[in-house]
Write a protein that binds this ligand. Structure first.
Ligand SMILES: [Zn+2]
Length: 533
């Protein structure tokens, strides 16, 4: 697969969106708030038709047959989600420093609630993120995405034109569609500004001129007609730190505790490279001075190579490409909460394993090869990703008590209609509606994340007479959305039962990434009767 990707939180965004450039929301050793409390899926019981959850298999010998007539899936050693106190050898409190990035283990096997399945096909790589057995996120990378999935890449660009009215400039970065650089993302030297009368940021036309060449980084993939968004504030994300070349930026993730921040600050004072900025990520919790120094050294090497490449020619072109989707995701997210990363392609497996071994050696064992030569089922079937993916592409989603959601996407927004089941009103209509809406709130949050729906979303809950019930449904929705690492904003529930919300747009969305528009109706869903017209 190539380095193109979709749906991945921008690495360059390590703090780009919200200064102080502390920490991307996506990142972090910090698990979602419910992580410790959630029981995770149950261990298989008699009558359970599903196979046992995956277990970390012993390190496979690449290329060599592990054993023919592969052993049947073994009991759920990889205890999903929670501790197994009974084992006794894992008495440490879960969040204690002692386990840190070293990982919990139970009888020598890793424990964690997240599980990453990487399925490689020619020209298409899919990554499924499971929480327990349930699919929570899905990413797609295509081989042909060189011009659309470029988030995080660094380019040598040439200013095409400057639009003062838009406070933006269009930049040729060597791909067909020009990228956009907004005033706020421009970097400049105050001495270079002629009309530096104002104390605030200068006008874009005073800083950029057509024909000028600049180093820039993509912070947002092009979506639809919009060109890629650029910044001149380049940043290189590593495992524990983000290097901000030629900058005074310095920060330590606010998600870390005071003591840990103090410890890291002391280390950073030694390893911080002269002339460059550095941000220490949440993932650095528990990292040793050596690990941090190695991470920073690697980033500096990368930067030196980029600068050398930039000086070679003045042509707009790519200088640095982000690594493969799987590596990129793991760089942002891998922590002890991952029980395994299973990859069905030997080459990618080697690459990912090497990467993890270099940054978090203690987690390298959790990267496993799924040998399709000996496994009876394809990877996505083995872990029920396939069927869950199909459900996630459907308009209709069933709720536990018989109600449903209908999810419709339009050009401007997504509308989610909540319906009750057939048994409405047996005892108390308001109560039934309220219960149904609560289930809907929970499911809406799950579906938005799974389907990666961004932009404006309007949810049409069923009318509730009692204001208190409306408020409770609103707050249930907020609580459920808090588990989503993508930022959301939610309005209050209106008299009509409508909730307006936004969810940050990171990629095109699940359906878009796996479909094309119908050629017959151009996506409208109807074919006009030309004979009658
Ligand atoms: Zn059609």
């Amino acid at each position: 697969m190539t380095d193109s990707m979709a749906g991945v939180p921008a690495p360059g965004n390590a703090g780009m969106d919200d200064p102080p450039r502390g920490e991307p929301e996506t990142n972090g050793a910090a698990p979602p708030p419910e992580a410790d409390a959630a029981p995770g899926p149950p261990r298989p019981r008699i009558g359970d038709t599903r196979p046992a959850p995956p277990r970390p298999v012993p390190r496979p010998v690449v290329g060599g047959p592990v054993a023919n007539g592969a052993p049947p899936p073994q009991p759920p050693a990889a205890v999903v989600g929670g501790e197994v106190p009974a084992d006794g050898d894992e008495a440490a409190p879960k969040r204690s420093r002692s386990r840190r990035r070293g990982g919990r283990s139970s009888r020598g096997r890793s424990v964690g609630r997240y599980f990453m399945c990487v399925h490689v096909q020619p020209e298409l790589t899919q990554i499924a993120m499971l929480e327990g057995r349930s699919l929570v996120e899905h990413y797609v990378a295509r081989g042909s995405d060189e011009t659309t999935q470029i988030d995080g890449n660094i380019y040598w660009g040439r200013v095409q034109n400057v639009l003062p009215g838009m406070e933006a400039a269009f930049i040729d970065i060597g791909i067909p569609k020009n990228a956009v650089l907004y005033r706020g993302d421009v970097r400049y030297d105050r001495d270079d500004i002629e009309s530096s009368t104002a104390k605030e940021q200068p006008r874009i036309e005073d800083v950029l001129r057509p024909g000028q060449t600049i180093l820039c980084q993509v912070t947002k993939n092009p979506i639809g007609a919009k060109g890629a968004r650029l910044t001149q504030e380049v940043s290189l994300p590593g495992r524990f730190a983000v290097l901000v070349p030629n900058s005074g930026t310095f920060g330590i993730s606010k998600r870390l505790g005071d003591n840990e921040r103090r410890r890291l600050r002391r280390i950073i004072d030694d390893v911080r490279p002269a002339g460059h900025g550095l941000i220490v990520r949440t993932a650095a919790e528990g990292a040793t001075a050596d690990e941090l120094a190695r991470d920073v050294a690697t980033l500096l090497e990368q930067w030196t190579a980029i600068e050398a490449e930039a000086s070679r020619s003045d042509q707009p072109r790519l200088l640095y490409r982000e690594p493969d989707l799987a590596v990129r995701l793991l760089r942002e997210e891998l922590n002890t909460e991952y029980r395994a990363v299973i990859i069905d392609d030997p080459a990618l497996y080697e690459q990912v394993r090497r990467y993890v071994a270099s940054v978090s050696p203690e987690l390298a064992e959790r990267v496993e090869l799924y040998d399709t030569e000996i496994e009876p089922l394809p990877l996505f079937e083995r872990y029920h990703v396939h069927e869950q993916l199909h459900k996630a592409l459907d308009r209709k989603v069933w709720l536990p008590s018989g109600g449903s959601l209908i999810i419709e996407r339009t050009e401007a927004l997504t509308v989610i209609d909540v319906n009750t089941g057939k048994n409405v009103g047996k005892t108390n209509l308001e109560e039934t509606v309220y219960r149904n809406n609560l289930e809907a709130a929970e499911e809406v949050a799950r579906q938005l994340r799974l389907r990666d729906i961004g932009g404006i979303i309007v949810i049409d809950f069923i009318d509730m007479e009692i204001r208190e019930n409306r408020d409770k449904v609103g707050s249930a929705l907020r609580t459920a959305l808090a588990r989503d690492k993508t930022r959301t904003q939610v309005g209050d529930i209106s008299e009509l039962g409508l909730v307006e919300m936004t969810r940050k747009r990171i990629s095109e969305g699940l359906i878009e990434s796996l479909s094309t528009t119908c050629e017959i109706c151009s996506g409208r869903g109807i074919v006009l009767d030309t004979a009658a017209l």
